[in-house]
Design a protein around this ligand. Sequence first.
Ligand SMILES: Nc1ncnc2c1ncn2[C@@H]1O[C@H](COP(=O)(O)OP(=O)(O)OP(=O)(O)O)[C@@H](O)[C@H]1O
Ligand SMILES: [Mg+2]
Length: 231
Amino acid sequence: MALLEVHDLHAGYGAIRALRGVSFQVEQGQVVSLIGANGAGKSTTLNTLSGLIRPTRGRVAFDGAEITGWRADRVVKRGLVQVPEGRQVIAPMTVYENLMVGVDGAVEPGALDNIFARFPRLNERREQKAGSLSGGEQQMLAVGRALMMKPRLLMLDEPSMGLAPILVNEVFRIIADIKAHGIPILLVEQNARKALAISDYAYVLDRGQIVREGPAADLRRDPAIIAAYLG
Ligand SMILES: Nc1ncnc2c1ncn2[C@@H]1O[C@H](COP(=O)(O)OP(=O)(O)OP(=O)(O)O)[C@@H](O)[C@H]1O
Ligand SMILES: [Mg+2]
């Protein structure tokens, strides 16, 4: 059984049917990408999985449990953790406070040290207000905050959006590092070329439906994919 199994997921916003029967899987240890044009339903998919949007139909199984329709806090506790589009750090709170905000109960010894070791820039800015961090630093903080919640699967929504090229590379290094530590990732990225380069498998979402899937290495070489998404 896969770590995450999504079957025939439907969700929307009133009359707008954003997801119309989405099915895909993430296996243990994998990085899986969802690629697709603006408005395809990528963020809606992640938001539905994390319990922010209620599906109107379909089934989600995660880590052996049926989590369809679970509330967001319960989903996070189970280990399905999302870094939302646009980072959404809490501007008036410090770096340290942002890292602690999602943590429920006692912090595991060393958890914070691990985050600061991985992101030295955050360590140097522990007491700085998150709102005064650069875009790249805010992205690191958003990822660090998610890692504090001990994800069994990390979902990243456009982590490189709006970042300078050097920081885009940094974000992809961080993703590779997280994978190397054994945490599987469901990745949504506008930079489909870089996303496919670090993914094991990928799905193409078009107007609320999966229209292609395959090993990322195959999709990267596919002329139709190149023309539509990697041009
Ligand atoms: N809060 C909302 N209210 C109404 N419609 C919405 C809302 N959020 C998204 N939609 C619509 O749902 C569809 C899917 O949007 P979604 O944000 O999931 O796309 P996306 O693939 O993440 O796009 P992008 O690459 O631009 O982030 C779009 O048609 C969008 O206009
Ligand atoms: Mg989106």
